[in-house]
Design a protein around this ligand. Sequence first.
Ligand code: AMP
Length: 415
Amino acid sequence: MPFAALGLSPAIVRALQIEGFSSPSAIQTEAIPTILAGRDVVGSAQTGSGKTLAYGLPLLEKISTLASGRARRIHALVLVPTRELAVQAGTTLRELAGHLQQEIRITVVFGGVSINPQLLALRGGAHIVVATPGRLLDLIAHNAVRLDTVQTLVLDEADRLLELGFQDELRSILECLPKARQSLFFSATFPAAVVELADALLLDPVRIAVALEPQTESDIEQHAVLVDAGRRTQLLRHLINTNHWKRVLVFVATKHAAEIVADKLRKVRIHAEPFHGELSQGKRAQVLADFKASRLTAIVATDLAARGIDIHQLPVVVNYDLPRSSIDYTHRIGRTGRAGEHGVAFSFVTPAQEPHFRLIQKRNALSLPLDTVEGFEAAEVIPPLHNGGGIKGKRPSKKDKLRAQNSNSDLKISL
Ligand code: AMP
């Protein structure tokens, strides 16, 4: 089906052609006509399946038909959970808008950088604002932005934005928006707890779910490797060298681990950098740019890099530490195998983490064999209290109990 059949104007179809997009993805085919018809949408589709354009094209379409007198009022607000995703979504929309005759202003605002250029940019007006919640609230406090003209609200990675960590900020932003508006929530995952919250914010939404599992299985080849905790860096190095990986995204559990593992890789002359929330925004942007330009072989990241980030030709993702939640597993491995490319995801599973990995698999309806790599066979003895790490004969401490509880309850890592 061509883009034109979805109700998009010839100018937008031409812009898509210039950008090299010839036919819509599944989520775009379903979502675009529904959004153009003015309905609220909950869209869930595989990471990397073209969600940005699924909501972005109808926004551009609607704004390009606005009478010029109404120009530069904020028509749409796109909220995203991370700065990198704000830049990425803004760039995608700007590239397309740049081919249109009518000027469509897209302003991207996020924290971690000076607020002044963003104040200036907003003073010139914007049709679409792409924002992270915290910085948007700062700008509202500076009277730099008014949201009472917003007709469409988009939550990109909606489940993350509806989580506890963002709830207060989201509530404050919603108070600034008109009640009568269109709301579009997109994510690869919608846990049950979030669905209820989402429903309270949506008006008779159309639910669009596009083939989640088949694509996960066909585009991303998943492996699990049993290895001792203390040998994971050596195994990573071995895999990078023997497979000649040129670009690998490695996920770890903490900022500290990101620093340590990247450092160890550098010591064996593998170009690696950490990527986590404590780095300056300039450093984060630099690391991503270096990675995309193949100046780095490995990024060692926390879950900060798990959402939305689109790196073309990222063939390999490694879970050096397993994610806490099955949902994070989906988002992490979804950094590879994007837009129909083939990708490989490796998960390192230590003997103590086997129960947790079984849970991740169960919740994602996976059944992966636990492989071993020659020379790296696991020899660790698991303490009787399994991943609680207790000592035989000793009653579990409060910490042990908490750990066991956390590993079973699919909690998310807070960033
Ligand atoms: P997203 O899910 O929005 O992050 O998009 C993932 C990747 O798919 C990006 O690299 C897009 O450029 C690409 N993409 C989006 N829509 C299409 C399409 N209709 N045809 C081919 N590639 C697309």
